[in-house]
Design a protein around this ligand. Structure first.
Ligand code: MLC
Ligand code: AMP
Length: 505
């Protein structure tokens, strides 16, 4: 096959006038109309000088056009690099530099700030706005809607997704065509997706969950999506009766449960609710079933691996577990110190191997070697165990990570910014429970001797450098950080101290 990803997910729909995206105001975009738009965008990208293997960094609002850029990259053999719309210019500069992106696509409102950055790195800049306008679309007008698909092999790179690390430096996870395709095909089977499915899509499309799980699965099955710009409670309630399935982070489900309009009647047309990206409380699982009669299907994945495990479609969906390894995925629990496999039932680090596991971190061979073993097992950094029936349970993390509303925040990245502020000796950033986001960020600040740091000024500094979702929702002053005999900060003690203090959203 000349281009497995494009041919299997997209090209196979050529000529079909069947619905692909259901949009606001009853508008429907057919499979063929979507492919035509993607082909026109592919022409624009190539005419801008892009060659197969080049990176296209995309920070744009969710729209059909934004999704078509992903399809265009697949067709033209380009590497799609989606970026969270919340990232600041500082954060974007790093991604553009590190990935050596050949083209940056952003909202027109960001152009002035990004122009010099893009120019400094020798890239090009085009715009795409939430309403489907922008220089990319202007150039696409008049382009042919047929594009000769570029040959690729399954081992060629299809996407980079940046994921932060414990050192505070983000790493570009390199995903191949086969990584994405194998996972999509497996999930279609496991979750019984067909061309009759209408997926309610309210996730962002710059992360694995909304892009590769939701979109690729629907494309592989030939179904359609009610494509909402974001999670909007009223729109969700309004759309549910027309949908068959939905994928979300736990915050989606806790928010819906807090809404009296979310009833059994409203969900009777649904066949599947999937949750992932963060732990779903067993309590949410139980309440959801009581309210709707549906048992949420929880699964476990990562940027580097796509989906690893899933509760069964048929059979018991066990609350508090993430189900079984997917077909083709091997999962083992190992001793974090020795790497040796632990007996069933013991808690250790979760390692996975399979066609879903990424190729490594872009131009970071040492970090790749730290996490991806020579035998192909990837060390996830999650702690878990396998119960007597084979269900995998995640019990914690062996990595210093906060997951807020499904977004990952690496404390080190926030600590580096806080540490630089006047009057600050050192800091520790921790996650504390939050009723809406699951966890939220709290910063503990130790002043220099005799200093009284200005917490408001510190918050302003953070706002200039880091995306909103990474901002501490509270800063607290302490005299000294608790440390163990090795001098390591005992964040567990800080978490215990501040857990009852639910930082305000
Ligand atoms: C928004 N804000 C957040 C936030 N989302 N803060 C912390 N954590 C978040 N996740 C900010 C907003 O900027 C706003 O700031 C304030 O919090 C309140 O916003 P809101 O209107 O209540 O939030 P909303 O826009 O509704 O977004 C919440 C959300 C969204 C949960 C719907 O964050 C979301 O769609 N999350 C999904 C993330 C996701 O797709 N993860 C998958 C990763 S892939 P202000 O300034 O107004 O106070 C992965 C692999 C796998 O993990 O297994 O799937
Ligand atoms: P990301 O790097 O954004 O892909 O986030 C991946 C991390 O999300 C995993 O390593 C887990 O810690 C977490 N995660 C994903 N799905 C689940 C789940 N169902 N339950 C608990 N944690 C999850």
């Amino acid at each position: 096959m000349p281009n497995p990803l494009y041919d299997t997910l997209l090209g196979c729909h050529a000529g079909k006038e069947t619905a692909f995206l259901h949009l606001d105001g009853g508008k429907v975009l057919s499979h063929q109309a979507f492919l035509s738009m993607a082909a026109q965008f592919a022409h624009v990208l190539v005419q801008n000088g892009l060659k197969p293997g080049d990176r296209v960094a995309v920070q744009v609002e969710k729209s059909p056009e934004a999704l078509a850029v992903y399809a265009a990259c697949a067709q033209a053999g380009l590497i799609f690099l989606p970026l969270n719309t919340a990232y600041t210019v500082d954060e974007l500069s790093y991604f553009i530099d590190n990935s050596q992106a050949a083209l940056v696509l952003c909202d027109t409102s960001k152009k002035v700030a990004l122009d010099p950055v893009v120019a400094a790195f020798g890239a090009r800049l085009e715009t795409l706005n939430a309403d489907g306008t922008g220089s990319l679309v202007d150039q696409a007008c008049g382009m042919s809607d047929v594009f000769a698909t570029v040959d690729r092999s399954g081992d060629d790179l299809a996407a980079f997704l940046y994921t932060s690390g414990t050192t505070g430096r983000s790493k570009g996870a390199m995903l191949t065509q086969d990584n994405l395709l194998s996972n999509a095909e497996t999930l279609v089977q496991e979750w019984r997706f067909t061309d009759q499915d209408v997926l309610l899509h309210a996730l962002p499309i710059f992360h694995t969950h909304g892009l590769f799980v939701a979109t690729n699965v629907v494309l592989a099955a030939g179904g359609s999506m009610i494509f909402l710009p974001k999670f909007d409670q009223d729109q969700i309630i309004d759309s549910l009766p027309r949908a068959t399935s939905m994928m979300g982070v736990p915050t989606f489900y806790t928010r819906l449960l807090n809404d009296a309009r979310f009833t059994r009647d409203l969900t009777q047309h649904m066949r599947l609710f999937v949750s992932g990206s963060a732990p779903l409380l067993a309590e949410t699982h139980v309440k959801f079933e009581e309210r709707t009669g549906h048992r949420i299907l929880e699964r476990y994945g990562m940027t580097e691996t796509n989906m690893n495990t899933s509760n069964p479609y048929d059979g018991e969906r066990r609350a508090g577990t993430v189900g079984f390894p997917l077909p083709g995925v091997e999962l083992k629990i190992t001793n974090p110190d020795t790497g040796s496999e632990l007996p069933q039932g013991e808690i250790g680090q979760i390692e996975v191997r399979g066609p879903n596991v990424f190729k490594g971190y872009w131009q970071m061979p040492e970090k790749t070697a730290d996490e991806l073993r020579a035998d192909g097992f990837f060390i996830t950094g999650d702690l878990g165990k396998i119960d007597a029936d084979g269900y995998v349970q995640i019990v914690g993390r062996n990595k210093d990570l906060i997951i807020s509303g499904g977004y990952n925040i690496y404390p080190k990245e926030v600590e580096l910014v806080l540490d630089e502020q006047p009057g600050v000796l050192e800091t520790a950033v921790i996650g504390v429970p939050h009723p809406d986001f699951g966890e939220t960020v709290l910063g503990v600040i130790i002043p220099e001797a005799g200093a009284t740091p200005d917490l408001d000024a510190i918050m302003s500094a953070v706002q200039g450098s880091l995306a909103r979702f990474k901002h501490p929702r509270a800063l607290v002053l302490m005299d000294a950080l608790p440390r163990n005999t090795m001098g390591k900060v005992q964040k567990n003690i800080l978490r215990d101290m501040y857990s009852s203090r639910l930082a305000k959203a």
